[in-house]
Design a binder for this molecule. Structure first.
Ligand code: C2E
Ligand code: CA
Ligand code: CA
Ligand code: CA
Length: 279
């Protein structure tokens, strides 16, 4: 996502001067976006592969940027991280996602786990434990219904501190997932050092997934690793029946991707849950 973000900015203006001018105006726009409530969350279902029903949702940030329309996080997360604005945005995301999940819970939608992406910047700079505790308290969401998705990022730079923070988060009762598992050089060090609950297989391994492929061998190995460690495993970026069919041959717990649904606004997600698609 990071590389995509940088490339996108470079695409808009190759010339350095214009790039920094664009970044400054982007930065100013992001700052305004927070106070003017231009952010919105979309939700993408996570489907239980045994039953075909929706068991969770990943909250994905969207920015309704005046003059630009709905803007993807790939365009602005990097700058939000560099400027520290991610702390404010991230706090909003956490509260909004927990509020929505608690509302779904109270409507009797059944147990639904809400996944929230955490930036490494947020993870280190903020009192993240207090923020999460406060979001749970304010919304009444059951802690085990909140899952925090972490990418490798820079979390291994300070193993001790990360371990301690994760321990405190787990004491609150929330779940921890490693996002984009397998693409970073340090995926296995993560598993060695940190007690996590879930692995999300990166979509690059799913993209060409078919029986008998190298990708299948890798996916099978990741699933078996997760199983040995007692972790939940989620496949992301599932777009085709072929990919799904291949996953169904393995004990993969959940899947997420355009095959089931794109990320959608909350009202649309409610409708999806009522339909409860099964196969
Ligand atoms: P991610 O956490 O890996 O999220 C999955 C991305 O894959 C999402 O892109 C989602 O829309 C997309 N996706 C889902 N299913 C499919 C599929 O079947 N095929 C393909 N090609 N793509 C699929 P999105 O929403 O544009 O988000 C991009 C990244 O921005 C996320 O990657 C995450 O790293 C970051 N992000 C999103 N929301 C937040 C947030 O609230 N906070 C932070 N810190 N980062 C966020
Ligand atoms: Ca990603
Ligand atoms: Ca994620
Ligand atoms: Ca991911």
């Amino acid at each position: 996502a990071k590389a995509e973000g940088r490339n996108t900015l470079r695409f808009y203006s190759s010339d350095l001067e214009r790039t920094s001018a664009n970044n400054i105006s982007l930065e100013a726009d992001i700052l305004r976006a927070v106070s003017q409530e231009q952010f919105v969350l979309h939700y993408q279902p996570k489907v239980d592969l045994e039953t075909g029903s929706i068991v969770g949702a990943e909250a994905l940030l969207r920015w309704n940027r005046p003059g630009f329309g709905i803007t993807s996080p790939n365009i602005f997360i990097d700058i939000a991280e560099e400027t520290g604005l991610i702390n404010e945005i991230g706090a909003w995301v956490l509260n909004e996602a927990c509020t929505q999940a608690a509302a779904w819970q109270n409507l009797g939608c059944g147990p639904l786990q809400i996944a929230v992406n955490l930036s490494p910047v947020q993870f280190f700079r903020q009192d993240i434990v207090q923020l999460v505790a406060e979001a749970l308290r304010a919304t009444g969401l059951r802690p085990e219904c909140l899952e925090l998705e972490l990418t490798e990022g820079s979390l291994l730079k300070d193993v001790e501190r990360t371990r301690l923070t994760l321990q405190k988060l787990k004491q609150l009762g929330v779940k921890i997932a490693i996002d984009d598992f397998g693409v970073g050089y340090s995926s296995l060090s993560y598993l060695k050092n940190f007690a996590v609950d879930t692995l999300k297989i990166d979509r690059s391994f799913i993209f060409n997934l078919a029986d008998g492929t190298r990708d299948e061998a890798i996916v099978r190995a990741i699933i078996s690793l997760a199983e040995s460690l007692g972790l939940k495993v989620v496949a992301e970026g599932v777009e085709t029946d072929l990919q799904l069919g291949c996953l169904l041959n393995h004990p993969c717990d959940e899947a997420q991707g355009y095959l089931f649904s794109r990320p959608v606004p909350a009202e649309k997600f409610s409708a999806l849950m009522i339909e409860r698609p099964q196969y």
